[in-house]
Design a protein around this ligand. Structure first.
Ligand code: 13P
Length: 252
C-alpha cells in the first residue's frame, strides 16, 4: 500500500487566484505526488476548481461534511454532494472543529454518513495536553471509541483513516512537533484500541497518519519506524515546494 500524504489547507488561501496558483504549482510536481496516495483538502469554496486541477495526481478531500444525508438545512454541504463533485475523502473531527463544539457523537454521525456515501473518513483524534501523568491515554481511548461508535466492524472499519493530531503540536515549528519515540508509543496505543474495538484484521487495515507541525525537516524522522502510514499536513501544505519535499521524505 502506498503511503498517504494529505494536505489540509484549513481556511487558506484567501483568494481564488491564490488557490489556483497553488494548485498549478502542485501540478508541476505531479510526478512525486503520484508515487503516494496524495490528498489535497482545500476549503469548500475551492473544491470545484481543485477537482479539475488535481485529477491526474491526487485525490480531492473535503475539510468537513454535514452529519446527515437526508434533511434540508441551509448552508449544509452533504456527503453525496462532495462525492458527486469528485471528492474521495473527508476530514472529520479536526480539533479546530471540536473546539467549536463538535462532539464525539457528532463526529460518529459524520463518519457513518460519509461511509454511506462512499467517502473515506479521515478521523482526527488527539489530546489537548500531553500531561506528565499520562491521562491523555484514557482521553484518546474514549475519543477513538466514541468517534467511531456504530461503525461496522467487518464492512466499514477498514475504509477509515485515523489521523493522530496531538493538539498541542499543531501550528508550530518542526522542532515543537511530537518526537518520533513518543509517536511510536502513541501509534502502538492507538492500534491497541482499534484492535479491541474492530478486531485484528480490520484494525490492521486502518492507516494511522500523524499531523502536527510536519515540515520538510522533521518528516523523515517522523515516518521512520514510528508505525505511521503518512501525514496530515497543515501549514506546510500551503506551499507546493514544502509539500513536495515532505512527499520526498515519505518516499525515502
Ligand atoms: P500544522 O501542520 O500546521 O501543524 O497543522 C496540522 C493539522 O492540523 C492538519 O490537519
Amino acid at each position: 500500500m502506498k503511503l498517504i500524504l494529505a494536505g489540509n489547507w484549513k481556511n487558506y488561501p484567501e483568494s481564488p487566484e491564490e488557490a489556483i496558483n497553488l494548485l498549478s504549482a502542485l501540478a508541476r510536481r505531479a510526478k512525486i505526488f503520484k508515487k503516494l496516495s496524495t490528498f489535497i483538502i482545500p476549503p469548500a469554496v475551492y473544491l470545484g476548481s481543485a477537482a479539475k486541477k488535481i485529477k491526474s495526481f491526487a485525490y480531492l478531500g473535503s475539510q468537513d461534511v454535514f452529519f446527515s444525508g437526508d434533511s434540508t438545512v441551509t448552508g449544509a454541504v452533504t456527503a453525496d454532494m462532495l462525492r458527486n463533485l469528485g471528492a474521495k475523502a473527508v476530514i472529520i473531527g479536526h480539533s479546530e472543529r471540536r473546539r467549536l463544539g463538535e462532539t464525539n457523537q457528532v463526529v460518529s454521525e459524520k463518519v457513518k454518513t460519509a461511509l454511506k456515501s462512499g467517502l473515506i473518513p479521515i478521523v482526527c483524534v488527539g489530546e489537548e495536553v500531553h500531561d506528565s501523568e499520562g491521562n491523555y491515554f484514557e482521553l484518546l481511548n474514549e475519543q477513538i471509541r466514541s468517534s467511531l461508535e456504530g461503525v461496522r466492524r467487518k464492512d466499514d472499519a477498514h475504509k477509515i483513516i485515523v489521523a493522530y493530531e496531538p493538539v498541542w503540536a499543531i501550528g508550530r515549528r518542526a522542532k515543537e512537533a511530537m518526537q518520533p519515540t513518543e509517536l511510536s508509543q502513541m501509534v502502538i496505543y492507538i492500534k491497541k484500541v482499534l484492535t479491541e474495538v474492530f478486531g485484528r484484521d480490520s484494525a490492521g487495515r486502518m492507516p494511522i497518519l500523524y499531523g502536527g507541525s510536519v515540515e520538510p525537516s522533521n518528516a523523515k524522522d517522523l515516518v521512520t519506524s514510528t508505525g505511521i502510514k503518512g501525514f496530515l499536513v497543515g501549514h506546510a501544505s500551503l506551499e507546493a515546494k514544502s509539500f513536495g519535499e515532505i512527499a520526498q521524505a515519505l518516499l525515502k
